[in-house]
Design a protein around this ligand. Structure first.
Ligand SMILES: [Zn+2]
Ligand SMILES: [Zn+2]
Length: 345
């Protein structure tokens, strides 16, 4: 089968690999029916993810059909349509029991990072009993493509800031994860949502989808936020942009005693200027997504309460994946859906 690997010199290559086999009783083999590229894949190629193993097949965002299952997998069978979690987690260790699956003692971000991922025709999923969620008949592969990664990340961010009734919250970064955070913040009861991005085209998408109430450029945002919040500031900020400027903005627009949820993955260290923010009594929460709400998110999609289909701005066959990576890295459009190459089946 074809698989897209990365090299430590920062290049990617479509190579031939053999179809993965069951290695462990908790494995499943999934035929990838639809996959997408995530900013984390680009971070790996750039060498910003120390644990990533060169020559590994990239990709952790996908949906597909179960082909084979290991002996101890009871909740899945061949033929099941599934959405995959971007995290590998055992469900039984100290952290998993607390719901902190990103720190699973046996897992973490494995697929497409430490072991072969989904940018291939087939993928081996370890701990498939927890890492795969079955899709109801009325949820298509397109509907569920983002459940296990960016929608989970958006939900994680919105959940972190502990939204209360009447809250005005802000999402910095109107990229795919930021847009999902807006969707989830609305679902979790935010009264007003402020979308902030330097890219007007992305703000336009948020506006077209009616995901926020205010659409601001960072340079005007401090002033306008003061006006719309009686000088108090934002009740909860979700930082999804990942730059020095966006990190700084996140605590500047936050009102005293609020929570700043950092979902973004930075390429360098950030500075917390504690003297400047003294007395503001802020809470910072950070983290890699604990994607434990996949079933709930699939349910919400099934009931028509949320939809992420608008995020697919490009559809390409898998054989064009190298071109797709270039498009995605250049931030052309939002998300690319990669379909199996019918000719190669
Ligand atoms: Zn990702
Ligand atoms: Zn665990």
């Amino acid at each position: 089968m074809k698989a897209l690997i990365w090299h430590s010199n920062g290049s990617i290559e479509l190579v031939d690999k053999s179809i993965p086999e069951i290695q462990n009783d908790y494995d499943a083999i999934v035929k990838v029916e639809l996959s997408s590229i995530c900013t984390s894949d680009i971070h790996i190629i750039k060498g910003c993810v120390p644990q990533a193993v060169p020559n590994t097949t990239l990709g952790h965002e996908f949906v597909g059909q179960v082909i084979k299952v290991g002996k101890k997998i009871k909740n899945l069978k061949p033929g099941d349509r599934v959405a995959a979690n971007c995290e590998t987690f055992c469900g039984e260790c100290f952290y998993c029991k607390k719901g902190f699956i990103n720190n699973c003692e046996k897992g973490g971000w494995h697929l497409g990072c430490k072991i072969d991922g989904c940018h291939a025709e087939y993928v081996r999923v370890p701990y498939a009993n927890t890492g795969l969620n079955i899709l109801p008949d009325n949820v298509s592969y397109e509907d569920a493509l983002f459940v296990g990664d960016i929608l989970s990340s958006g939900y994680f961010g919105a959940d972190m800031i502990e939204i209360k009734k009447n809250d005005t919250i802000a999402v910095i970064g109107a990229g795919p994860v930021g847009l999902c955070a807006m969707l989830c913040a609305k679902y979790l009861g935010a009264k007003r949502i402020v979308a902030i991005d330097i890219d007007n085209a992305r703000l336009k998408i948020a506006e077209k989808e009616n995901l926020a109430d205010f659409y601001l450029n960072p340079k005007d945002s401090e002033k306008i936020i003061k006006q719309i919040t009686d000088n108090h500031g934002i009740d909860g900020v979700i930082e999804c942009a990942g730059t020095k400027e966006s990190f700084e903005l996140s605590w500047k627009i936050a009102r005293a005693n609020s929570i700043i949820g950092i979902v973004a993955m930075y390429e360098e260290n950030q500075i917390l200027p504690l003297p400047d923010m003294y007395g503001k009594n802020l809470t910072f929460k950070t983290g890699g997504v604990d994607a434990i709400h996949c079933e709930k998110l699939i349910n919400l999609i099934s009931k028509g309460k949320i939809s992420t289909n608008f995020l697919i701005t490009e559809k390409m066959p898998f054989s064009n994946i190298e071109q797709a990576y270039k498009l995605f890295a250049d931030k052309k459009g939002l998300k690319i859906a990669l379909y199996p190459d019918k000719l190669e089946q």
